[in-house]
Design a binder for this molecule. Structure first.
Ligand SMILES: Nc1ncnc2c1ncn2[C@@H]1O[C@H](COP(=O)(O)OP(=O)(O)OP(=O)(O)O)[C@@H](O)[C@H]1O
Length: 337
């Protein structure tokens, strides 16, 4: 394990939302995140991976105080936030930038792109807001200078995403939380954004939490991976190790469901990914058992705990997969409910 202290650390963070509108119809609150722990060191790129609805966005927002956690704690530079008040999170937000999944939703429709990119510098009174410097910042994010005079509605999805990246870099933060940073971008531009992240990390030791279900993003940049399923961590550890030998059947199935570009290596049948159960009706025992071919009686009744090891890895499975055999690829299938 690295001795570098964590920049930010979440310990058993949980998020619940109330259900029912009237006092008489109130039910138990719905758990969206359950005991998620994660630490990010300076300069580290952590990828949080999971299918849609697994709680990735909720975690990113809770870490920055945009959603109030219901339990757990957050530590910044070794000091625990005293509570989850706005005031406590101010320290986190001063050091972090969030790239939203839908960048346009975070833009002021009446503000020109150039002014929007310059705004963090103006507020922090740090860095030049001269047009030529803002244009250089935009170019760094792959955004043409001619777009700086436009309003947000006149940008394409890809241009909006690059504008959001340029704004995040306006005052280079110590942490960037990027929610699906390559969604909707052409493959060539996706690579550009990821390479830009790597450059920023190189130059400024900026840490990243990348929220994604795109495994090619993970392969390209991740130092560490955290896999979420129904709001719980099911596996985490160094990216190279997890990609080479996943231990949780869910992680393995996610990797198996990646498109195979080589037609000669086409599988006999595609992995069958069943529906994710609703968080309002969590299966008993291991919540993944309804989709797991390896499930045994114990999995249906007893929830596995997230166990440490080997090394810096963690897995929540009663019967974790062994080191892969050379012929193992394609042998595991997810089954629908
Ligand atoms: N305010 C809310 N009230 C009720 N349910 C919510 C609320 N916010 C999120 N959820 C539910 O919590 C679950 C996790 O949502 P979240 O957006 O964090 O997942 P995600 O992994 O980021 O998904 P995606 O990849 O689709 O963005 C989903 O089932 C979602 O419907």
């Amino acid at each position: 394990m690295s001795a570098t202290p964590a920049l930010i650390e979440a310990d058993r963070l949980s998020v619940q939302v109330p259900t029912g509108r009237l006092p008489f119809s109130q039910k138990a609150p719905l758990s969206i995140l359950i005991n998620v722990s994660l630490s990010i060191r300076p300069g580290e790129i952590v990828c949080m991976v999971g299918e849609s609805g697994s709680g990735k966005t909720t975690f990113g927002r809770a870490l920055l105080g945009l959603i109030k956690p219901s339990a757990g704690s957050i530590t910044l530079d070794g000091a625990a936030l005293p509570d989850f008040s706005n005031r406590s999170f101010r320290a986190v937000r001063r050091q972090a930038a969030l790239l939203f999944q839908d960048p346009l939703s975070s833009f002021n429709p009446r503000q020109r792109i150039g002014a929007m990119i310059a705004e963090p510098r103006r507020i922090a009174r740090s860095g030049s807001t001269r047009m030529q410097d803002i244009a250089a910042l935009a170019r760094q994010a792959g955004l043409s200078e001619r777009l700086l005079a436009r309003f947000p509605h006149a940008l394409s999805g890809g241009q909006a995403r690059r504008a959001a990246v340029a704004r995040a870099l306006s005052v280079v933060p110590r942490l960037i939380v990027a929610d699906e940073p390559t969604a909707g971008l052409d493959v060539s531009i996706q690579g550009g954004v990821l390479n830009l992240f790597l450059d920023i990390r190189e130059q400024h030791d900026t840490a990243f939490l990348l929220i994604t279900h795109n495994l090619s993003v993970v392969r390209h940049v991740a130092d560490r991976i955290v896999i979420l399923y129904l709001g719980r961590v099911v596996e985490s550890g160094p990216a190279a190790e997890i990609l080479a030998s996943p231990r949780h059947p869910y992680t393995r199935a996610l990797l198996e469901s990646e498109p195979v570009p080589d037609p000669a290596r086409r599988r006999a049948e595609p992995p069958v990914i069943g529906e994710v159960p609703s968080i309002a009706a969590r299966p008993p025992g291991c919540e993944f058992h309804t989709r797991c071919r390896h499930a045994q009686a114990r999995c249906r009744s007893e929830a596995p705990r997230l166990a440490d090891g080997p090394g810096d890895r963690q897995v929540a499975c009663h019967f974790p997969l062994p080191e892969p055999q050379p012929a193992a690829r394609g042998s595991l299938r997810l089954v629908s409910n």
